[in-house]
Design a protein around this ligand. Structure first.
Ligand code: XIL
Length: 465
């Protein structure tokens, strides 16, 4: 059964039983219809679900059994960083990384490699280096480590955290940055040469909110890399959230905008400080944002149990210290089971043609094409506003957008478009006036949904002529 068929069965089951698709009620579905674990539920839409793993997890059979049951992508929390891999110059120590990688591969998991080049957790000998010697040492490190693990890594964080926080949009000042602005692309080229199969990612934090200067700065770098053919395949969003740095409302806009550059996007180190329902809702928001973006191919949480977290005081994970599933776990599982746009990763390697890969369903060049993106508007107790942005991928003479609502939602108002209703809960929106748009131009329409307790975002799509 394909994921699509399974989703429509879930939808049919929901329609038959009248179970609301909001929040965390999907657990009431028969286990056979829905993924019973995080990675099974994520696989319904072609995505992976991962966790960080520290070496000490191997001493705790409860943790490894949760890890084995729930996750199918593993990131070494510290064991593959520069200080662990090359404690003395030219002297590599593979043992700590190997314990994690071997456990993962022996248990049928894939591995995210973390991280080849970073200003932090450098071995002492590297911390005191500068200039051309450091540049060479960094490139040697990238080459040696990526070569050693060649063929075993799904995605590498080639460069981690190279941009400054705050409003400057500048690179972070570090010994690596002081070797010259081109250190990042040099690291990517070395990684591609060493392991052409792995996806090569830039990974950072505080890049979730589209309006932030740091997000924009990373976006400009990735755009520049794609334009100049620097080998980059993916952008990792660490996603460490707390009350001072909450999940932004525009997260899916950020993910979509990066994806539109022709890279996969991945949530790489998710944890959210908090507890109870409010924590569960924030996790739900992150999963929803990823499910809305075709090239968001997977989510990794930064550890299994709260007590194992680097921020254990914030209880930021999906399992409590006793290994019990938290409310946030159920919110994530149910959201994954609710479907989402099927993931469509690009291929790594020099042959990647950029924005998506031409799949069977993709239009060729010159075929009129548009993309519809949903954004949240204002929310009230009984209703919420939705805004759909239509972007012309080519020159188009008109567009038609389809908005699919979920039971028991209905639309009470619309603006900037003329709607028709071919089926219950299906709204087809056409331009109110002339619908022609030049390639890259956008327009938008809006509507109000009476949600009846179901906050699930409408699914939107677009057709152009
Ligand atoms: C953290 C680990 O979780 C800690 O155990 C370690 O002491 C410090 O690093 N961004 C990253 C991760 O990319 O490597 C960091 O991991 C968390 C922030």
């Amino acid at each position: 059964m394909t994921a699509r068929m399974r989703r429509s069965r879930i939808a049919a089951a929901i329609a038959a039983t009248g179970i609301a698709m909001s929040g965390i009620t999907l657990a009431a579905l028969p286990a056979s219809a829905a993924g019973a674990t995080l990675h099974e539920a994520a696989a319904e839409s072609g995505r992976y679900f991962g966790s960080a793993m520290a070496a000490h997890y191997l001493n705790n059979s409860q943790t490894t059994s949760i890890l084995n049951r729930e996750f199918n992508m593993i990131t070494a929390e510290n064991e593959m960083k520069m200080d662990a891999m090359q404690p003395q110059r030219g002297n590599f120590n593979w043992s700590s990384g190997d314990r994690i990688v071997n456990w993962a591969l022996q248990n049928g998991k894939q591995v995210r490699g973390h991280a080849l080049a970073w200003h932090s957790q450098q071995p002492g000998w590297m911390q005191s280096m500068e200039g051309p010697q450091l540049r060479q040492a960094m490139l040697d490190h990238v080459t040696q480590v990526a070569t050693y693990y060649r063929g075993k890594i799904h995605s590498w964080d080639v460069v981690n955290e190279a941009f400054a926080d705050g409003s400057s949009g500048a690179r972070r000042n570090s010994n690596l940055q002081r070797t010259g602005d081109d250190w990042i692309e040099a690291a990517f080229r070395a990684a591609r040469a060493a392991d052409p199969q792995a996806k090569l990612c830039y990974n950072d934090y505080n890049t979730d909110n589209w309006d932030h200067a740091k997000t924009q700065a990373v976006y400009r770098m990735v755009r520049d890399f794609k334009q100049r053919g620097v080998p980059i395949d993916c952008v990792g969003f660490q996603a460490h959230f707390n009350s001072g740095n909450p999940v932004p409302n525009n997260y899916h806009v950020t993910l979509q905008n990066f994806a539109d550059l022709g890279v996969d996007v991945q949530i790489t180190e998710l944890d959210i400080e908090g507890s109870g329902q409010s924590q569960a809702e924030q996790f739900d928001g992150v999963v929803q944002a990823c499910l809305a973006v075709t090239r968001c191919t997977g989510i990794t949480v930064w550890g299994v149990k709260d007590t194992d977290s680097w921020r254990s005081y914030g209880t930021p994970l999906l399992f409590d210290g006793n290994g019990n599933k938290k409310l946030a776990y159920h919110a994530v599982l149910d959201r994954l089971n609710s479907g989402g746009t099927p993931a469509d990763p690009g291929d790594p390697g020099p042959g990647d043609p950029g924005p998506g890969d031409p799949g069977p369903g993709d239009p060729g060049p010159g075929t009129p094409s548009c993309t519809a993106t949903y954004s949240e508007g204002e929310k009230w107790n009984d209703r919420f506003n939705g805004i759909v942005t239509i972007r012309a991928d080519t020159n188009i003479s008109s567009w038609t957008a389809t908005v699919q609502l979920q039971w028991p939602q209905y639309v009470s108002a619309t603006w900037n478009g003329s709607p028709t209703w071919p089926a219950e809960r299906t709204m087809v929106m056409r331009p109110a006036g002339n619908g022609s748009l030049g390639a890259g131009q956008t327009t938008s329409f809006g509507f109000t949904v009476m949600h009846g307790g179901n906050w699930t975002w409408p699914q939107v799509s677009c057709a152009a002529s």
